[in-house]
Design a protein around this ligand. Structure first.
Ligand SMILES: Cc1ncc(COP(=O)(O)O)c(C=O)c1O
Length: 481
């Protein structure tokens, strides 16, 4: 075979690009490759040298060929954040409103909101399912669903929960209008105006806004960009303040930093909060979007012995944000939650519930999730690499354990608000300034979040290069204003 070494090199390169082998993985040995593909040792070695010359693998003496760590590895991850031991009012509505309005405008490069492109969601199949269930179940479609949600959907979710480490029955689940309503109901069920909620810092701005709307205050707990919330700090806060109504955390592939709490940390967290009788509101919205090479992480709810963990989930990041279907496992707060749900929205719309049920039962949801995870891991890699190329060298980038968000930390004099406003007004690129991720909007002014939910393309490459240039300019620095 002519050029069989080149063919082998091409095939291995394709596998590396498709993340069959991840950075740091050893490729099969020369002998294995020769045997498996009927090639001579010499041909295999030749192919591997091509990969080495192309910067894809490194040869290690007497050990083999290893996939090279991408250039990104030289970029540092964000610094550990600090706890603010002061119960603060939240004042974010206006900033948040601007971000949401900008983020969804037409003709804007959508790097802002954490929404997936409809191209990677099963949009057509879902549309077919919606019209098919509407035709087949006209009565159920127009009838009002039970307050807790349709039994068939709760049943499907209870079955899936086994994979999250929980043994649930349909009665343990309440269907809501997205995770947003679930978070809202959970907070209302456990708190009174003026109470304190412990949140991770930086914290998803939507959660902060719900907290603001309920007249609650927050204490922002330090996080490590890899390990997540700092339990000793959390314990100090629990000891110091006595009006703590709940602790609210995104436990898997958190928004914005992307960490996943290990099972051990989740167990310790649940024990700690239970000791202080503080409920945990666990937002698991990104739980299914773990990295493809890892297992579905467990939820903290799986360690709950006294029903004080309220688990929240949603189809917004996996099926369609427009479906507005979320759910919660409210534990011992179920009656109160049902009462509040009834007083708030009476029931969740029936048609999306029917469609979601059908999709879980027959729509190859798991196959779709597998594809989505692969796609997102690739997106994270591509966007991070592009950022590493065009941003100032001191930029720190998060390494998310799942999901599709990147958090960037720049020098202390970087002004994210000016940067985000210029990016939008001048270049029509939306990003979310870091300020939105703290209660008063005054922290993380040197950080911003990028969403990688759209397929990387020349349009996005250009947008990242433009943002990089803007970040390097004096304009985005505080001392220049
Ligand atoms: C961490 C987190 N929780 C909740 C939500 C809201 O989800 P939903 O669209 O299901 O209301 C989001 C949306 O971005 C999110 O990132």
């Amino acid at each position: 075979m002519d050029h069989s070494y080149q063919q082998l090199a091409n095939n291995l390169q394709k596998q590396i690009n498709a993340r069959t082998y991840l950075p740091g993985d050893r490729l099969p040995s020369v002998r294995e490759l020769a045997k498996d593909h009927g090639l001579s040792l010499e041909t295999v070695l030749h192919a591997l040298r091509i990969l080495e010359n192309n910067g894809l693998v490194d040869a290690k003496v007497r050990s083999g060929f290893y996939v090279r760590e991408p250039k990104l590895q030289s970029v540092a991850t964000p610094n550990k954040t600090a706890t603010v031991f002061r119960a603060k009012d939240v004042t974010l509505s206006l900033l948040r409103h601007q971000a949401v309005t900008f983020g969804t405008s037409k003709n804007i490069v959508p790097l802002g909101l954490s929404l997936l492109s409809s191209e990677v969601l099963p949009t057509r199949r879902l549309a077919q399912t919606l019209s098919s269930v509407a035709r087949r179940y006209p009565k159920e479609t127009s009838n009002q669903a039970p307050v807790a949600g349709m039994e068939s959907l709760r049943q499907q979710l209870a079955q899936r929960a086994s994979n999250w480490g929980c043994f649930l029955s349909p009665d343990d689940v309440v269907i809501t209008c997205g995770a947003s309503e679930a978070l809202h109901l959970a907070l209302r069920a456990v708190s009174h105006r003026g109470d304190i909620v412990l949140v991770e810092s930086p914290c998803y701005f939507g959660t902060l806004e719900i907290i603001e709307s309920l007249g609650l205050r927050v204490i922002e707990i330090a996080t490590d960009p890899r390990e997540g919330v700092d339990l000793p700090e959390l314990e100090s806060a629990l000891k110091r303040f006595n009006r703590i109504a709940a602790c609210l955390l995104v436990t898997n592939a958190s928004n914005p930093l992307g960490y996943t709490l290990t099972s051990r940390i989740k167990q310790n967290l649940v024990r700690l909060l239970s000791r202080f009788q503080v409920p945990l509101i666990e937002d698991d919205i990104f739980g299914e979007l773990h990295r493809p090479e890892t297992e579905r992480p467990k939820v903290a709810k799986s360690f709950d012995e006294d029903g004080t963990v309220i688990l929240v989930g949603s189809f917004s990041k996996t099926l369609a944000p427009g479906l507005r279907i979320g759910w919660m496992v409210p534990g011992k707060f179920r009656d109160r939650i049902l009462q509040l749900k009834s007083a708030t929205s009476l029931a969740t719309p029936s048609l999306p519930q029917l469609a979601a049920t059908e999709f879980l039962k027959f729509g190859s949801f798991d196959a779709h999730l597998r594809r989505l995870r692969g796609f997102l891991a690739d997106q994270i890699y591509r966007f991070s690499s592009a950022i590493a190329e065009s941003f100032p060298p001191a930029t720190r980038i998060s390494r998310p354990s799942g999901g599709f968000l990147l958090w960037l930390e720049l020098d202390a004099d970087f002004d994210a608000l000016t940067f985000a406003a210029s990016a939008l007004n001048r270049y029509r690129i939306a990003v979310v300034p870091g300020n939105l991720f703290s209660a008063g909007g005054e922290r993380y002014q040197n950080c911003f979040r990028i969403s990688c939910g759209h397929a990387f393309s020349p349009r996005f490459a250009e947008a990242i290069a433009t943002l990089g240039k803007l970040a390097c300019s004096r304009e985005a620095r505080t001392h220049d204003k």
